[in-house]
Design a protein around this ligand. Structure first.
Ligand code: AMP
Length: 112
């Protein structure tokens, strides 16, 4: 399913992009919930973590490597949280697989 993130990938709407390569994109969340809050998405249209296929192994691996690299560049040396809200019960609003990376403050657990 095409979503607003496809428009960001195609540069049809602006985003504060932190990393881009042939497989994925990292950009700041428009409604940050922590001092540092960015998203990493695959360029491939994958709706959610629940829709991964075997061929997506390298795509997801790249996304996690990018998350780690950008987190370090953003100065999150004390740690951070990576979340993939998935489908309805997971609170997913945008139907394009994305990893939230949040840090820069002490995060509480569990989430709501
Ligand atoms: P989720 O509930 O996991 O689907 O979260 C979607 C996230 O995308 C939210 O944190 C939104 O603030 C963020 N978001 C939605 N539209 C944009 C946008 N145009 N640019 C950056 N982040 C966005």
């Amino acid at each position: 399913m095409s979503s607003i993130f496809s428009k960001i990938i195609r540069k049809e709407i602006p985003a504060d992009i932190l990393h881009e390569d042939d497989v994925c994109l990292a950009f700041r969340d428009i409604n940050p919930q922590a001092p540092v809050h960015f998203l990493v998405i695959p360029k491939k249209e994958i709706s959610s973590l629940a829709d991964l296929e075997k061929d997506d192994e390298l795509v997801v691996g790249r996304c996690l490597l990018v998350a780690s690299k950008v987190a370090a560049e953003e100065g999150l040396h004390n740690g951070y949280r990576l979340i993939a809200n998935t489908l309805g019960d997971g609170g997913q609003e945008v139907p394009h697989l994305h990893f939230h990376i949040m840090g820069g403050r002490k995060l509480t657990w569990p989430p709501g």
